[in-house]
Design a binder for this molecule. Structure first.
Ligand code: THU
Length: 160
């Protein structure tokens, strides 16, 4: 028997001001679009801003539904939109922020498992890493230099 040990790496920023200017702007856009979340059920609002290599920024917020599983996370709203509008573009950076109408969200909110799987498809397809920055409403910002850091043992096309 053998053990496989997996390590990952996250960079921690203490405030938005500490981020590179380009990423600050991207995170500000994620904060803005979070206001458009339709979250009457969870009261949890998520905003996502994606920077493409053609300079375009594509935004998304979570959109819920009375039939709960029919709703969609902010990250997938944004990334599917990016893929639909700019199929040839590469994704450089993703900024994510979330807040609750009920509690103060002061810890970084990472993309959920389904969103990680969706982001993985784009990262593998473009053969270059996607930087992912995520935060709560206040507090630290975590940066993952690649989706791979967030999803070990990812299910990918080469397995098919
Ligand atoms: N949500 C996102 O938008 N992104 C995530 O990565 C996790 C969860 C949304 C889905 C739902 O509208 C609400 O947050 C509570 O789960």
């Amino acid at each position: 028997m053998k053990h496989i040990k997996i390590t990952t790496e996250i960079i921690v920023y203490d405030s938005i001001q500490e981020l590179p200017t380009l990423v600050q702007d991207l995170m500000e856009k994620a904060i803005e679009v979070k206001r458009n979340a339709y979250a009457p059920y969870s009261k949890f609002r998520v905003g996502c801003a994606i920077l493409l290599d053609n300079g375009a920024i594509v935004l998304g917020s979570n959109q819920e539904n009375a039939a709960y599983p029919s709703g969609l996370c902010a990250e997938r709203v944004a990334i599917f939109q990016a893929g639909s509008i700019y199929p040839e573009a590469h994704i450089l950076k993703i900024a994510i922020t979330a807040s609750s109408d009920i509690n103060l969200t002061d810890t970084p909110v990472p993309p959920c498992g389904s969103c990680r799987q969706s982001i993985a498809e784009y990262e593998i397809r473009q053969s270059s890493p996607i930087e992912i920055y995520f935060m709560g409403e206040i507090g630290q910002i975590y940066k993952s230099a690649s989706l791979k850091n967030l999803l070990p043992f990812m299910f990918e096309t080469k397995l098919l």
